[in-house]
Design a protein around this ligand. Structure first.
Ligand code: CMC
Length: 429
């Protein structure tokens, strides 16, 4: 017999279907709750609310499991590339060699920016945050590719738009960096693969090609793979919500970039390294910072700790920590901030405040250390997160678009304002 959830309201019993996912995750389907009972549910921060069914990423925060299309993140990080991971997330299956080559090629041929878009960089203040520029430019791509804006896009439209976004996000990022440094732009090269091409645009100069190091490419590959998707996080939910109004993929992802920017989400990697620098400036006294984070009267938080879903450990942080140590050992560099990170992590993991609240290092805790070692400035860390998350955003928008049952996202509310009252003329206020 089909299992049902029973809800008793005003003495009357209502039944709602139970939905079970492939990993035995259970949900009460309350689609008809309001029409049958006139009640709604209230769930601050959506901690208990499923906004959709999805076949892209599985995450179990209690046991620290993360899988892309069923593949454990540990295997993806060790064996895949970011381009292959992107294909898997967006199209659902591993590509055959020829398909992968075609996909990689499409990323190369779409990397150039329209010459008119280069003027954007002139108009943006050098002190402006790169996430603002990224969001504006991603949205503006819609103006340059009107042929891709069908409200019912074909598979070909989606393929092209995805390639535009995945490749142009690197070019926009590299040019933003060059502009901030007062250096000339370095055009993408079609004979370079995705990550080497990004590093080339970032760090080559007209007279001095960037010295490509396998260790750096591999570290960046891993970091981007780890960021590629994380099911219904704040930015991905934003992409889906905006896209649910049939807004185009460029507009939806531009909104996702803005959601990612916040310090509680993708902006955290920047804040983490700034926190390490502050600790360093304060003479390395980590306890002072821990005490501040524990003080209930102070809103200060230790950045890079805690996660809405992971309540045991974040599997990405484990991989990224190992990668950071490996990169530093291979490059023979020593960053005092890495020492601070290790000491802070050790102290936090022994502290009751953090263990009781299940606050463990998250993906942002070590990613910034790797970006720093590569030479990426702190202010650009959230942009690196955006490059990594791009395939996930695209995959979710595509999945939502292809689901004939998708509806416009429109939550309800419980109104707590004034009851009806009369307009008050100015002289009586
Ligand atoms: N430092 C100190 N206390 C914390 C922290 C922290 N980093 N995170 C949570 N807490 C406390 C919080 O004050 C609360 O305490 P109490 O129960 O006494 O009021 C308790 O832990 C639960 O916190 P919450 O804010 O209700 O938890 P949440 O699930 O709503 O928030 C979070 C999750 C990631 C926003 C939060 O842990 C946080 O702000 N962390 C720091 C920012 C950060 O590193 N963000 C990156 C997340 S991973 C990358 C991504 O996917 O975006």
């Amino acid at each position: 017999m089909e299992e049902k959830a029973k809800i008793i309201l005003d003495g009357k019993t209502f039944e709602f279907p139970i939905i079970v996912g492939t990993e035995n995750e259970k949900a009460i389907d309350i689609t008809n709750l309001r029409s049958e009972t006139s009640y709604i549910t209230l769930d601050n921060g959506f901690g208990n609310t499923g906004s959709c069914t999805s076949g892209i990423t599985f995450l179990d925060g209690e046991t620290g499991i993360l899988r892309y299309r069923g593949i454990p993140i540990e295997q993806m990080a060790e064996k895949s590339t970011f381009v292959e991971t992107s294909y898997l997330l967006i199209y659902g299956e591993f590509p055959q060699r020829q398909k992968l080559d075609e996909f990689a090629h499409s990323l190369k041929i779409h990397a150039d920016l329209h010459p008119d878009m280069l003027k954007f960089f002139d108009g943006y203040p050098t002190t402006g945050h790169p996430m603002g520029l990224l969001s504006a430019m991603v949205c503006s791509l819609s103006g340059y590719y009107p042929e891709l804006l069908n409200t019912e896009p074909t598979q070909e439209d989606i393929r092209t738009t995805a390639a535009e976004l995945l490749s142009k996000v690197c070019t926009i990022t590299a040019y933003t960096y060059k502009k901030s440094m007062g250096e000339p732009f370095v055009a993408p090269r079609r004979d370079f693969e995705y990550i080497p091409n990004f590093l080339h645009m970032m760090f080559s100069s007209p007279h001095q090609p960037y010295k490509m190091m396998e260790e750096v490419v591999s570290a960046l590959e891993t970091v981007l793979i780890l960021h590629a998707d994380h099911e219904q996080n704040c930015s991905t939910s934003t992409v889906r919500l905006v896209g649910s109004s049939w807004a185009n993929l460029f507009a939806s992802i531009s909104a996702g970039v803005c959601a990612l920017w916040g310090p509680l989400h993708g902006g955290a990697n920047q804040q983490v390294v700034e926190m390490f620098e502050e600790i360093q400036k304060a003479g390395g006294d980590i306890q002072k910072f821990i005490d501040r984070a524990k003080d209930p009267k102070d809103s200060y938080r230790l950045m890079g700790f805690g996660h809405r879903v992971y309540k045991n450990f974040d599997p990405r942080s484990k991989i990224i920590k190992e990668k950071a140590h490996e990169l530093f050992a291979k490059l023979g560099i020593h960053d005092p901030l890495l020492d601070i990170a290790v000491r802070l992590e050790e102290a936090v993991l022994k502290d009751d405040y953090f263990t009781q609240r299940k606050l463990y290092p998250n993906v942002d805790f070590y990613s910034g250390i790797i970006y720093r070692a590569i030479g990426i400035p702190t202010v650009m860390f959230p942009v690196m997160f955006a490059i990594g998350r791009m395939p996930g955003w695209i995959a979710h928008w595509k999945e939502m678009k292809e689901n004939s049952k998708s509806k416009i996202g429109r939550p309800r509310q419980i109104y707590t304002g004034e009851r009806v009252r009369d307009y008050i003329p100015m002289e009586q206020r």
